[in-house]
Design a protein around this ligand. Structure first.
Ligand code: NG1
Length: 394
């Protein structure tokens, strides 16, 4: 069976209890931010294209309280990190905050540096149910939870949620050295229950797309448990190839490039691999818009078909799938009632997402367990809310 996701409330209570145990006090601020799954629109965000993610009930919670000093003391008991880890540093002179060890704290430090007003000293505990390195955006959940915690602590809230998401993305660029697009932070900030979020990564406009109308279908996330070795270099390489292709054509980004212009690139002598990358991005943008319309009109066969095409292109043109992800997708697609199945996130490992009739979920899990050589885990993904304050009562 698909595992039950640990309830947000249980993660909240864990964080509050740990705070009380570690600091001998009651937390006065408690917030959470979700991980996400991307339904379609992969490797398009940094090309100013379209993405369609939804927020998950998997969250990172931060519980804390001002401590009347210049220092912050943060304890992480993230389930995916085997040991409890603690860090302490001065928050009064933010220029002195630099990335270092432990690595998890870098995402938080980056947000503190980018926060628009001074931050008082505080004690805090971080607990998360978002699996790390699985393509479900544990890093964005931590960044957005940190920013939301600082908003609660200082009473200064971002006027535009986009500014908040962009400050968190900058933290990832500057403090984790990952040149990611904006998808993860946008959905973690702006997710809405029962909705996916269509993001136009060029003008940063967002549209909430209802997802509560297909009661007989679900999204099944399958974690390959082969960590997504998104060697930042492989991601960077693909990003650079896209930027170079746009530049060769005198365009700001691949958003402005058409399939006809792939021919122009070819005539200019661009390498075959670059043509494949560009073809993926152009078609993936079109697929994302088509999938959004198909969800809206209830054409779930079409949704599934577009998801399958997305995976096949990520495998053959973008070369970011892996034997594990292909095995999961193939096992799922064999089952009647599966509309479509694809890798989700950056690729190279991590998770797949399968759009399937509720009645066929058990059969999909059986098919995967029978043929997959690794140990997969399964979650039913319910579209959930974005970052928010939580109750501080234990
Ligand atoms: P994940 O799967 O979270 O590593 C990465 C990027 C996104 C996006 C996708 C591909 C990071 C942190 N995020 O997602 O911005 O480009 O790949 O669609 O690297």
């Amino acid at each position: 069976m698909a595992s039950n996701i640990k309830k947000v409330d249980n993660v909240r209570v864990d964080a509050l209890n740990t705070f009380a145990k570690e600091f001998g006090d009651e937390a006065t601020c408690c917030v959470c931010a979700p991980g996400r799954v991307n339904l379609i629109g992969e490797h398009t965000d940094y090309n100013e294209g379209f993405v369609l993610p939804m927020a998950l009930p998997l969250v990172t919670v931060i519980a804390g309280k001002p401590n009347g000093t210049n220092k912050c003391v943060i304890i992480s008991t993230n389930e995916s990190i085997t040991t409890v880890s603690k860090i302490e540093f001065d928050v009064s002179n933010r220029e002195s905050i630099k990335p270092g060890e432990p690595k998890w704290a870098n995402y938080m430090k980056g947000c503190m540096v980018n926060f628009p007003v001074p931050i008082p000293g505080f004690n805090a505990v971080v607990v998360s149910s978002v699996p790390m390195g699985s393509g479900l955006s544990s890093s964005a959940a931590l960044e957005v939870a940190t920013y939301t915690f600082l908003e609660a602590l200082t009473g200064t809230e971002a006027k535009d949620p986009r500014d908040k998401a962009l400050a968190c993305q900058k933290a990832e660029h500057d403090f984790a050295n990952v040149p990611c697009g904006i998808m993860d932070q946008f959905i973690s900030v702006m997710g809405k229950e029962d909705h996916a979020l269509l993001i136009d990564c060029r003008d940063l406009s967002v549209t909430h797309v209802p997802m509560d109308q297909f009661h007989d279908h679900v999204f099944l996330i399958t974690n390959s448990n082969s960590p997504h070795k998104l060697s930042t270099s492989a991601y960077r390489e693909r990003r650079d190839a896209c930027f170079e292709a746009a530049q060769k054509l005198g365009k700001k980004s691949l958003r402005d490039v058409t399939l006809d212009e792939v021919e122009t690139l070819k005539q200019q002598g661009a390498p075959q691999i670059m043509l494949k990358r560009v073809t993926h991005v152009i078609n993936e943008n079109a697929r994302t818009l088509a999938a959004t319309s198909a969800f809206q009109s209830g054409d779930y066969t079409k949704v599934g078909q577009l998801m399958n095409e997305s995976h096949d292109s990520l495998r053959d043109n973008y070369n970011v799938s892996s034997p594990e992800l292909d095995a999961l997708v193939n096992a799922a697609r064999k089952v009647q009632g599966v509309r479509g199945s694809r890798l989700t996130g950056a690729g190279f490992g991590g998770c797949t997402i399968t759009f399937v009739l509720k009645t066929a979920v058990d059969e999909v899990i059986k098919s995967i367990n029978e043929s997959y050589s690794g140990k997969a885990s399964f979650y039913i993904a319910t579209p959930s809310g974005g970052a928010r304050k939580l109750d501080c009562k234990r």
